[in-house]
Design a protein around this ligand. Structure first.
Ligand code: 5GP
Length: 323
């Protein structure tokens, strides 16, 4: 674990409200909300709703965004893509726009605190998530907001939320619009076995995919041919039951086959993990050498949602740090 902590890391799949600090959640929610332990996917989505009920005002949204940046940076994450679905709580004056403004204010607060002590801090980009409960118009509103906020650090669009909810066809127009506006795309895919949707997602060819746990041989072949990088979250998949045993996790086969993958935390608050811990787990479970773990971090830099020149600079920094 100490070696993994020392590695400069790249986190590409972290949900803001799932990354909430446990002590903060307890302060905001009281004792009744407990994180940690195994939860099925449906239980996780109930927990997300409970967390969301505690983070409905701008000050709290700003706070959890700042703390998430601080916590990833403390784990030696040098580049972070944080994702969140913009929410509307009109009773608290929160619109999608003001929600994202609060998140960006939290990230700016983190950067300002780093500058004040002469540090650069982690580079943070924001992805806006379309929640699968949303309709076509709400998805489009998120995409238009993301496009408007690109100059302030919004880099892409994610599709997430309960995989039992909704249909891809609902969000495809918004996803196509995002692509036309120059936003990078990542989709949660195959968390449950849904071969028609997963094949359609692969056909759509987003820049990255998340999870890809439940595939048949045909989808495995389609994925292998696509070379689309996959964000893999070991602890999350294990605790939520998408995989039954870590040694059976599809990381092993994908990594062996040389498919582009990156290790990520998903919801480090809910699952009580960190990116260092995920790397250490992978090292122990799949017998990866320190050099192989360092290579995973370097390779992840190549999948960042950054303009080509900034991505190349991040990769060069990773390579220099490893040398
Ligand atoms: P938020 O977008 O509210 O900042 O982060 C929590 C939300 O991210 C959840 O309500 C859910 O929509 C999404 N999310 C977090 N973890 C997962 C996951 O493992 N799978 C899926 N499909 N969605 C997730």
């Amino acid at each position: 674990l100490a070696f993994c902590r020392s590695l400069p890391k790249i986190e590409l799949h972290a949900h803001l409200n799932g990354s909430v600090r446990e002590s903060t959640l307890q302060e905001l929610a009281g004792e009744q909300l407990k994180l940690g332990g195994a939860k099925t996917l449906p239980e996780c989505f109930k927990l997300f709703d409970a967390i969301h009920r505690c983070t409905t005002i701008h000050e709290r949204i700003q706070r959890i965004a700042r703390e998430a940046a601080e916590d990833f940076a403390a784990d030696n994450v040098v580049y972070l893509e944080l994702r969140t679905s913009p929410k509307v709580h009109l009773e608290h004056g929160v619109t999608k726009r003001s929600y994202v403004d609060a998140v960006l204010a939290g990230l700016a607060e983190y950067q300002a605190a780093c500058s004040a002590v002469g540090q650069t801090g982690a580079t943070v980009r924001l992805l806006l998530s379309i929640d699968r409960r949303e309709d076509a118009a709400a998805a489009l509103a998120t995409v238009e907001l993301a496009a408007e906020l690109m100059p302030r650090g919004v880099a892409g669009i994610d599709l997430s939320g309960n995989p039992a909810a909704g249909e891809l066809a609902t969000w495809l127009p918004a996803l196509r619009r995002a692509r036309s506006l120059g936003l990078a795309l990542t989709l949660h895919a195959a968390e449950v076995f849904n071969p028609g949707e997963t094949a359609a997602m692969l056909d759509f060819a987003p820049e990255r995919l998340g999870h890809m746990c439940c595939l048949d041989a045909r989808l495995e072949a389609q994925l292998a041919a696509s070379r689309i990088p996959i964000e893999l979250c070991l602890t999350s998949n294990l605790l939520s039951g998408s995989v039954t045993r870590l040694p059976d996790h599809h990381f092993a086969a994908l990594h062996r086959a040389g498919h582009p993958v990156c290790l990520c935390t998903d919801d480090c608050g809910i699952y009580g993990t960190s990116l260092s811990r995920e790397l250490a787990l992978a090292g122990a479970c799949f017998d990866l050498s320190p050099a192989a773990l360092a290579r995973l971090c370097r390779d992840a830099a190549g999948y960042a949602f950054l303009p080509a020149d900034e991505r190349a600079a991040l990769q060069a920094r990773e390579a220099a740090r490893a040398a």
